[in-house]
Design a protein around this ligand. Structure first.
Ligand SMILES: Cc1ncc(COP(=O)(O)O)c(C=O)c1O
Length: 426
């Protein structure tokens, strides 16, 4: 099957390789991805010379913009010394000092860091950590989780099972997935009471509650407030289950504070991080446990060890990138930049409210969302954004921006005006 043999004007590697590669979330028969040759700051440079202003920061990772010199130099220095060494039985300075640094940045006693290499895997580890916490504590029946409608925690099997079962990402795979308890977020008394009833019914089975704090990202860019998280903390305490915050999207400034849990003033028992951890440069993830969770694994009994170990966990290049990224947060006004982006997004997207097909406009930190009644032709809308010189990837009924925090005023204005123009032409 060689559908892609007719992309004239594309580089040789595109013609030769596209018939052999398989892209994510794409019907390959019709897939015509853009050929990228370079990135810089908030720009993506295409093989045909066009330059797009990036509104997505590569799935929300490149928070300092692409190719930040401080991160590139840190990775190069580490590359000369040790790109990677296995983490089983061996440790190294970039990983240990990064663990210590993350523990220092995170609130409460979230002090014990388990590294991995992607967000989904960090979630898998969080789930296993919670289940094994109960096994190590003598309770073998607690293998289920409470998770939320519109939640998204990744594409691996365990992570899918705690995501919204009806989402387009996962609905095909019902038969494959372990069954958990899917609830509505406790936003009001009624949904709170429904959640209490579920916790009562499943009292002996539930290991924990997993939630994306403040923003449900890939499930529709839906926001909730700190009160929801406070309720979840109270319920987790009342029913003696663990509380897991998935901060893979929200971590590292995206919602306005370094971590969403800080703004909510709620400390979970386990927290996951990835995406912007390395400033979007290299894959790295972390599952961070508090003292209570870690305490159940503190034993002379080898059977109580956490049974997980990804080959590339704590990759030294990725740890070096993460240190450089955290240095940038410490030394440059990133959170002030997020606050400024929030103000500008509010100003510049507000006009979309009046447009006929717009259902909602919302902004939190460096996340701007224009929710429509429906998008009839996603591919056509994505193409219109490219023609307007911007890279914006609407999904379902949502057009959103998650730009780099270093984006210039002019670039941000190009993104928001493209949204206004294209949505108003619908
Ligand atoms: C909240 C959340 N959790 C987990 C994941 C999965 O991360 P990854 O794609 O690195 O596996 C994502 C990815 O979008 C996410 O947004």
């Amino acid at each position: 099957m060689t559908k892609n043999g007719n992309n004239s004007g594309k580089p040789d590697w595109y013609e030769a390789g596209l018939d052999h590669v398989w892209l994510p979330y794409a019907a390959m028969k019709d897939a015509v991805p853009l050929a990228v040759v370079r990135t810089q700051g908030s720009r993506i440079v295409l093989a045909d010379g066009r330059e797009l202003v990036d509104g997505i920061a590569s799935w929300w990772t490149a928070c300092h913009g692409y190719n930040h010199s401080a991160i590139c130099e840190a990775v190069q220095r580490q590359l000369a010394v040790m790109p990677h060494v296995m983490f089983g039985g061996l440790v190294h300075e970039p990983a240990l000092s990064l663990a210590q640094r993350l523990a220092g940045l995170l609130p409460g006693d979230l002090d014990r860091v388990f590294f991995s290499d992607s967000g989904s895997v960090a979630v898998e580890i969080a789930l296993k950590m919670a289940v094994q916490f109960w096994i190590n504590s003598g309770q073998r029946t607690r293998t289920k989780f409470i998770a939320f409608r519109h939640g998204y925690h990744g594409d691996t099997t365990g992570a899918m099972a705690v995501s919204d079962p009806d989402s387009s990402f996962h609905s095909l795979f019902h038969g494959l997935l372990p069954q958990h308890v899917i609830a509505d977020l406790p936003r009001d008394d009624e949904s709170d009471a429904a959640l209490v009833a579920l916790l009562e019914r499943h009292a002996d089975d539930i290991a924990g509650i997993i939630v994306e704090p403040l923003v449900q990202g890939a499930g529709g860019m839906r926001f909730h407030d700190a009160a929801v998280l406070k309720r979840l903390r109270a319920l987790a305490d009342r029913f003696n289950v663990l509380l897991i915050f998935d901060e893979i999207f929200t971590g590292f400034g995206r919602t306005g504070t370094m971590f969403a849990c800080e703004a909510a003033k709620v400390v979970p028992d386990i927290l996951t991080l990835s995406k912007a951890l390395t400033g979007g440069t290299l894959p790295l993830a972390a599952t961070v446990a508090n003292e209570k969770v870690f305490g159940a694994f503190w034993s002379d009994d080898p059977a109580k060890a956490l049974m997980h170990g990804p080959t590339f966990m704590a990759n030294a290049l990725a740890c070096a990138a993460a240190h450089a990224s955290l240095d940038l947060f410490a030394n440059e006004p990133r959170l002030a930049q997020v606050a400024a982006i929030e103000r500008k997004l509010r100003d510049q997207l507000d006009g979309c409210r009046q447009l006929p097909r717009v259902r909602d406009v919302r902004v939190k930190g460096a996340i701007g969302v224009v929710e429509l009644d429906a998008i009839d032709n996603l591919a056509a809308m994505r193409a219109r954004f490219i023609d307007a010189g911007v890279f914006i990837r609407p999904f379902e009924n949502v057009v959103y921006l998650t730009p780099a925090f270093t984006i210039s005023d002019g670039e941000l204005e190009r993104l928001t005006s493209a949204i206004r123009n294209i949505v108003s032409a619908l």
